[in-house]
Design a protein around this ligand. Structure first.
Ligand code: NAD
Ligand code: DAU
Length: 373
């Protein structure tokens, strides 16, 4: 039996990962550590919390006492660190919080795991660790910077972060590497492209566009909409992480990508067209609209509004996932054409979740971000 400690398990990818491992592995125990920031919501994992294999702890990865108390209580084998401040736009407004959570939080997780996993020292003074333990850092392709029109990020691409968010994630990656080199700690780093799927907080492009359409609002596209992201269905990402955790070579970095580059403007147009089609096919979905609409003539590309660009907006991300495919047999199983329909259907059917997670300070955030663009 393996004991997992999953941080950030009430957020978008973390929650999907919790659901994934509970489904995939019967013989596990799981502690979820999450500080329930604006991005974390217990409603997202309420069914999972009923599972006797799961324990939830509210607290910060930056807090040594909380993390230590989890290791004292549970014989943790695996740490999967999702917890982070994850939104680039917010990092431009408040960089310091990103450094605190993403860098110091990672260092605290590593340090506590190292302390509890050390069972001795070798003749050179390196720690010897309990058999079968591993720390996995969930990182991002943004650490590699921005691409021009061609080329891909491989694991050997030099780190070249540009936003406060990506700089903080790079700092975290470097401290993970430092623990691997200096203390021979068993670690992996995964670097993934843009995820999409259920439970995605509607400050990020795809869920924000869906939410705005359902409210009949304009759809803000930064700059000219030509920026390219490589979209990956979240469950495929969860599978990649678990493959690396269980079978990845210790000390290695694995890139995870969707082989699915798209311009933002095309994502937005596709989302408009898909919602329109689904609403036409199934009038029941009309209940998701936040206003009464006798016809759907308003639901077209005229909703798009080009707004002031993000500062330092990275032009293009694209991942080469050859290493994880060759070594671990992982590949992005969900085609974007299917994944986007699944995702939009989920949002049409789960408006109560959207209302719950945006009932707090979302409105204030939205006004601040988009009010003057
Ligand atoms: P998210 O913002 O949806 O969720 C983050 C979670 O971390 C939330 O539940 C939040 O409450 C929690 N959290 C924040 N600060 C915390 C703290 N100090 N202590 C404990 N918990 C804290 O983020 P996400 O999109 O699910 O991303 C998860 C991870 O994956 C992040 O590390 C992110 O950098 C990385 N990542 C995300 C994407 C993507 O497309 N979303 C792609 C690549 C990598
Ligand atoms: O590449 C992986 C990264 O993907 C993760 O590390 C981050 O945690 C995650 O948030 C995501 O970062 P992006 O900045 O790419 O995601 P976001 O959804 O914020 O934006 C996607 C693209 O859409 C980006 O080019 C900016 C643009 N955009 C975004 C929003 C919110 C718009 O044009 N309009 C918008 O309103």
């Amino acid at each position: 039996m393996k004991h997992y400690l999953v941080t950030g398990g009430a957020g978008f990818i973390g929650a999907n990962y919790v659901k994934y491992i509970l489904k995939e592995h019967s013989d596990i125990q799981l502690v979820i550590l999450d500080d329930l920031t604006y991005a974390g919501n217990l409603g997202t994992i309420k069914d999972d919390l009923k599972d006797p294999r799961v324990e939830f702890v509210k607290g910060s990865i930056v807090d040594p006492q909380i993390v230590q108390s989890i290791f004292e209580k549970h014989p943790i084998d695996f740490v999967v660190n999702f917890a982070a401040e994850s939104h680039v736009d917010r990092s431009i407004e408040n960089p310091q919080l990103f450094l605190q959570t993403n860098i110091l939080g990672t260092q605290n997780m590593l340090d506590t795991a190292k302390k509890f996993w050390t069972v001795g020292k070798d003749e050179k003074g390196y720690p010897i660790y309990r058999e079968g333990v591993k720390y996995l850092q969930v990182s991002t392709d943004e650490v590699y910077g921005s691409l021009g029109e061609t080329g891909y990020f491989t694991e050997k691409t030099p780190l070249d972060p540009r936003s406060p968010y990506s700089a903080s994630k790079t700092g975290a990656d470097l401290i993970v590497v430092a623990y691997s080199e200096t203390y021979k700690m068993p670690v992996n780093i995964t670097r993934c492209s843009n995820n999409y799927g259920p439970y995605h907080f509607p400050e990020k492009l795809i869920p924000l566009i869906i939410k705005n359409i359902l409210e009949g609002k304009k759809l803000p596209v930064y700059g000219d909409g030509s920026n390219v992201r490589d979209w990956l269905y979240v469950e495929d990402h969860c599978k990649a992480i678990d493959s690396v955790l269980l079978r990845g070579r210790t000390g290695e970095v694995y890139n995870v990508g969707g082989h699915n580059e798209m311009k933002n403007i095309d994502i937005v147009k596709l989302t408009i067209a898909t919602i329109r089609r689904l609403l036409e096919e199934n009038p029941e979905y009309g209940k998701a609209l936040k206003f009464s609409s006798p016809d759907l003539s308003w639901l077209n590309d005229d909703l798009i509004t080009f707004v002031k660009d993000r500062l330092g907006h990275d032009q293009r991300y694209a991942i080469d996932p050859t290493k994880i495919t060759t070594e671990l047999g992982w590949y992005p199983e969900t085609k974007f054409a299917d994944g986007i329909v699944k995702t939009i259907r989920w949002y049409l059917e789960n408006q109560d979740w959207v209302e719950e997670v945006t009932s707090g300070d979302y409105q204030k955030y939205y006004e601040q971000m988009y009010g003057n663009r």
